[in-house]
Design a protein around this ligand. Structure first.
Ligand code: 4AD
Ligand code: MG
Length: 451
């Protein structure tokens, strides 16, 4: 009534200015609101099929696909004859009547009255037959137009939107950490080093340490940005550039940290189930497992997880990190993500607080996604004692000087605090059911691919 469009998010503040809605053209996603009306769609030719006196133009516009029906008896000859001229990915503006058609994707089709051609495309390298992944990745700038890739990246958008909504609505302040840093966070073996004027610097592996400083200034905060690791592993779970969301909470212990993690992950999954129905259908994702993702998640200790592996007769050795197969076996015991906490301190980062009941255990937590998608979250409670932290930095043979500012946080009103980092790409991979995370980011970077 007052011109403010309801965007359907509860708890989100709307501003007094209305969202701009184009009156010139409609998008395929909006067609359901235009049944029985004539609309104009801007897009590209996805495919053409002909049955003589009728031909079908499958149009894509980035928001979806729609079948446009061109009937000889109902259009000008010039328009009908376009069938033999239009090629895959030619750019066109199509006008027509919106009709319900339960058999087509989206439930609607267009009875064409006019087609305006902008460009007849050259022969398009990606046809509708099978191509190898390397070929497709070399053509990633074009592959993004394909139906499945489009659906995956739409889900990514919703994962990020749900992430921001969740933290914003729960009183967290967004505090970005720098990308260029002078110190490592997650060990020195995966650092990308670069020349920085007359010294060297690194691309950040995690925004956590700055996030801790921000939490002491703002209470609950979250960092959200790209992170970098010189991963030499060639797995389907590793990128060299990936996006991480990292909440950090002052006055928060490990248990409360796990509660935030399960609430957040459940929110993202349920949001996507509600808002990505079309995409998940295109991807043929069986969503029955995702529907079970609601709090509480099982919480087990590292020792309990190790016991599961020993009982299953794997060759896992106590004290080491879990490999991909180990994670899958552990996750198969549960119907929702499982949180593994209290790890052998030697295999965890320098900043983790130790368990008061056992100094060999670090108060870290990993969340393992179901269905073999592996670790999506790493986090824990941070060491808040100055002298203990200084000792750990030395034990890990890290230079003290670049971390002096970090030690300061333990001098001026130190408090128990915790946080975690969730990898966006692995989470999108799990929700969409895509096995290799290179398809969950628009332009993936791996050891072998920078183009
Ligand atoms: O477990 P990680 O290394 O934890 C941290 O970086 C902490 N400093 C986060 C924190 O407490 N604020 O990484 C967190 C998550 C992993 O669980 C995984 O989902 C993702 O980041 N991740 C990767 N994703 C893609 N490619 C890689 N090479 C990744 N490395 C980690
Ligand atoms: Mg980890």
């Amino acid at each position: 009534e007052d011109g403010i469009r309801d965007i359907g998010v509860t708890g989100v503040q709307t501003c007094a200015l209305p969202i701009y809605v184009s009156e010139m053209t409609t998008t395929i996603k909006q067609l359901k609101d235009f049944e029985g009306q004539e609309v104009t769609l801007n897009g590209w030719v996805y495919n053409i099929r002909s049955i003589g006196k009728i031909w079908f133009l499958i149009l894509r516009d980035g928001t979806g696909l729609v079948q446009c029906v061109v009937v000889k008896a109902e259009t000008d000859e010039a328009i009908f004859n376009l069938e033999s001229e239009l090629t895959q990915e030619s750019s066109v503006t199509v006008t027509g009547m919106v009709r319900a058609e339960p058999r087509s994707v989206g439930g609607f089709e267009l009875g064409v009255t006019n087609i305006e051609v902008h460009q007849i495309a050259e022969e398009y390298p990606i046809s509708h037959k099978e191509h190898g992944t390397d070929f497709l990745m070399n053509n990633r700038h074009l592959w993004l137009r394909s139906k499945n890739q489009n659906a995956i990246l739409r889900v990514r958008h919703q994962v990020i939107k749900a992430t921001r909504d969740f933290f914003d609505d729960n009183g967290f302040t967004l505090m970005d950490s720098p990308i260029l840093t002078g110190n490592s966070v997650e060990g020195t073996s995966t650092l990308f080093e670069l020349e920085y004027f007359d010294r060297s610097a690194y691309l950040t592996q995690s925004g956590q340490l700055y996030g801790e400083a921000s939490a002491m200034a703002f209470g609950n905060i979250y960092v959200f940005g790209p992170t970098f690791r010189a991963e030499k592993s060639k797995t389907r779970r590793h990128l060299t550039e990936f996006w991480m969301v990292e909440p950090e909470m002052a006055y928060c212990d490990l248990d409360e940290n796990m509660t935030w993690a399960e609430k957040y992950v459940s929110y993202v999954v349920q949001w996507c189930l509600e808002h990505c129905k079309e995409e998940l259908k295109i991807l043929e994702r069986d969503t029955s497992g995702l529907e079970k993702v609601v709090p509480p998640f099982p919480r087990i200790t590292y020792d309990e997880a190790a016991k599961i592996l020993q009982e299953k007769g794997t060759d896992f050795t106590y004290g080491s990190d879990f490999g991909g197969t180990d994670e899958t076996i552990i996750s198969e015991q549960f119907d929702r993500p499982v949180m593994i906490h209290r790890w052998p301190a030697e295999i965890k980062a320098f900043y983790m607080k130790r368990d008061v009941n056992n100094d060999n255990l670090a108060l870290g937590v990993d969340m393992i996604a179901p269905e073999g998608y592996g670790e999506i979250i790493g986090g824990g409670q941070r060491e808040d004692d100055h002298d203990l932290l200084l000792g750990r930095i030395k034990e890990h043979k890290l230079p003290v000087e670049p971390l002096q500012w970090y030690l300061d946080l333990r001098k001026y009103g130190s408090v128990p605090h915790s946080g975690f980092g969730l990898g966006i790409e692995r989470t999108v991979g799990w929700i969409t059911g895509v096995k290799h995370i290179r398809e969950t980011i628009p332009y993936p970077r791996t050891m072998y691919r920078i183009d």
